[in-house]
Design a protein around this ligand. Sequence first.
Ligand SMILES: [Zn+2]
Length: 221
Amino acid sequence: MTDAPEVKNRAHQLVEAARQLFAAGVMSHSGHANLSVRLDADRFLLTPGFVRDLEPHHLATVSLDGQVLEGELRSVSAEIITMHSVVYRARPHVGAIIHTHSPAATAFAVAHRPLPCRTEPMLRFGQPEDVPVVPWGPRGSDVSVRGIADVLEGRPTTSAALLANHGLLVFGPDAAAAAHLVVAIEESAEAEIAAAAIGGAVDFPEGALEAVRASIARVSS
Ligand SMILES: [Zn+2]
């Protein structure tokens, strides 16, 4: 990884986001995840195949067409480059991507159930709509990557997708925003499952998003 100040800065943001995911308790037992931050139109920084005890110098610089330009990736990580690059290609304004096996969100992915937006954090932190499910394909395969591209095309405002029989994929303007959304989605999935035992979760009333936006505008003006 080069030492240009902006690259260094983004590497630190990525490492901090990984730390926040562990601190928030949204990781699966294996601690499996991969995170990336965009550097420019053609390159991004990617975790090397582990995220526990991650440090900036562990990150690899990768091109959107799949070449490792700097640093090293474990062989398993080569498969996940396309899972990230397909999102960067589809969404020019996305600055960071996080993939986890967060347990409650993964329960929805395993059940092939879209996760509805029925909690305030999810509404506020970038996903005021349900999280769609991408059909299963082996990780990094053409089927999987095409499935992600199709869902992103069909759902132009979603900031997350559930990967069927696999896990969660979240993206945002930067690593901190994406990490916040992972936590909000995992909390929402937990709440949905818990609410199912007491009669089921209930939708927001009509106009909830507009009300939240007005409330945020009042506070920040
Ligand atoms: Zn995975």
